[in-house]
Design a protein around this ligand. Sequence first.
Ligand code: HEC
Length: 256
Amino acid sequence: MRRVLIAAAVACLAAVGLSTPVLAAGAGSVKLQAGEWSFAGPFGFFDKAAMQRGFQVYREVCAGCHGMEYIAFRNLADLGYNEAEIKAIAAEYEVMDGPDDEGEMFMRPARPADLMPTPYRNDNEARANNNGALPPDLSLIAKARANGADYLYSLILGYDEAPADVEVPDGMYYNSAYSGNLIAMPQPIYGDDVEYTDGAPSTPEGLASDLTHFLMWAAEPKMEIRKRIGVAAVFFLSIFLIMSYLAKRRVWADIH
Ligand code: HEC
């Protein structure tokens, strides 16, 4: 029995400890850099300041090509914005509404309940504007790729001179993190692309890290709650295990 108990305790601890992602061995020459993430591990949390900066970078740099159509403005409350700030952010965008009394669709300033508008009306327009390549929606991208956080961080920082033996066709760019190393997205971040108001470093690494915080939140906004419940469940089960063991000892005390 004692051995079973020890094994169960070890399993509980391992379940908590092993939830940090393991870097993939990498397909071919794909190279990933591991970042330091506040949201990693069983006690992970979202860094609100980093997410707000990441949202700023998304708006000022990425939103020209990538939509985030599953995020409503009111969801930005998770980033620490209050109602008035969210209203003000939403009002900077226009969304289509209607039909009006004449049956016409019309544009109006966005409200907190609206989803964020996308840069293109449809995939065909998106491709036509990007040499035939489709910039994917970024709402869920952090969960749609293996090692989401490290991958996004590495992808944004992965632009490099192509090695001599790799030919880069027109409209393609060399990227050490992208599968196949040739991507149709031009390098989006060079450092100092946006002006941060909180004095955080706007180096390429800083911007890429902030973006990753923001995109991880977008893909799994309920992560903090999930992890908190997980930790509480493991804690409860550990207590329960000890109590079951003590009860067992008592019940079997007379039997030798
Ligand atoms: C000029 C337009 C443009 C801008 C600006 C841009 N992208 Fe892209 N992005 C693209 C295109 C086009 C693709 C598709 C690439 C392909 O299919 O080869 C893409 C693909 C991606 C992908 C998917 C890679 C994969 O694994 O499939 C991610 C993630 C991404 N972009 C993130 C960003 C982020 C973050 C920013 C802002 C810092 C950004 N992009 C800015 C055009 C853009």
